[in-house]
Design a protein around this ligand. Structure first.
Ligand code: C2E
Ligand code: CA
Ligand code: CA
Ligand code: CA
Length: 274
């Protein structure tokens, strides 16, 4: 708050008030939405860029509100994180994604599903227990699950490393999402218990005509190779971007060029018609 009154009280800021009111309404709506099962999981294909083979899929939550329609996760995930509702919602998302992938596995599609975890979930105390319980309940083998985490968790480096190690010991794979935008540094990446680096879309957007982005991607690929980590690029929309990625050694990709995130039935259609 910029202005202070003479006696030290902050002046009433109407925009802040409006925001918090929206938050409160949103929080109540979120609680209802969990109860009324208004959430749906969409799946976005992950591809081998050169062969156009499907290699896996990312689970992305959608809130389909009866009056407001589709609300994007960018709007409600932060509220769910702040209110702690992400713990309950996150568990539901994980269960849905594992259940669905188990079904696809049983139909002969051997694909890995990637589920996003927010920082708050990483530091919830029973996370590893919860994840292994869900794998047990759904019957999905841990090798078919990958968890996408962001670099933001590495502000608490030691705690985060312990949790990631436990998850990997349980046979689950770990991917660093949005790589290059946060706390990541090449000097400590080597000590992180991760399997895959997901290069942030901001480096892909201009890669076909920006030499710096090309150099960054090439450097990430080189380092990942030497650490025996996998690399995937996200946000690929253009053929030119896919080509530039291949020229710089990036094999795996995800983006609208291949497919947008799809509802379950549409993803099944994609599976069968690829
Ligand atoms: P993210 O994990 O970085 O996911 C990538 C976002 O980029 C998704 O947006 C996806 O739909 C979008 N995207 C994919 N390909 C392209 C493309 O070629 N071009 C463009 N412009 N966008 C593309 P979405 O689904 O709206 O999700 C936004 C963010 O919300 C995610 O970013 C993630 O941080 C969060 N989120 C989504 N689902 C979940 C979830 O189940 N749990 C948690 N904790 N967070 C989630
Ligand atoms: Ca992600
Ligand atoms: Ca991302
Ligand atoms: Ca992101």
């Amino acid at each position: 708050v910029k202005s202070q009154g003479r006696n030290g009280y902050a002046f009433f800021d109407p925009t802040m008030e409006a925001k918090s009111l929206e938050r409160i309404l949103m929080e109540n709506e979120l609680r209802k939405a969990i109860e009324q099962e208004q959430f749906h999981i969409y799946y976005q294909p992950k591809m081998d860029i050169a062969t156009q083979q499907l290699t896996g899929m990312e689970a992305l939550v959608r809130w389909i509100h009866p009056e407001l329609g589709v609300i994007s996760p960018g709007r409600f995930i932060p509220v769910a994180e702040e209110t702690g509702l992400i713990v309950e919602l996150g568990e539901w998302i994980l269960r849905e994604a594992c259940k669905q992938n188990k079904k696809w596995q049983d139909e002969g599609h051997q694909l890995k599903v990637s589920v996003n975890l927010s920082a708050r979930q990483i530091f919830q105390k029973d996370l590893v227990e919860m994840v292994t319980r869900i794998l047990g309940e759904t019957g999905l083998a841990p090798a078919w699950l990958e968890l996408e985490i962001t670099e933001s968790i590495f502000v608490k480096m030691e705690e985060a490393t312990v949790v990631l190690k436990q998850l990997r010991d349980a046979g689950i794979q770990i991917s660093i999402d949005d790589f290059g935008t946060g706390y990541s540094s090449f000097s400590y990446i080597k000590s992180l218990p991760v399997d895959t680096i997901k290069i942030d879309a901001s480096f892909i957007r201009d890669i076909h005509h920006n030499q710096e982005s090309q150099a960054i991607v090439k450097a990430i690929v080189t380092i990942a190779d030497s650490l025996q980590m996998n690399v995937i690029a996200e946000g690929i929309e253009l053929d030119d971007q896919a080509e530039a990625l291949q020229q710089n050694g990036c094999v795996h990709g995800q983006g609208y060029l291949f497919s947008k995130p799809l509802a379950t039935a549409d993803f099944e259609h994609f599976l069968l018609n690829r």
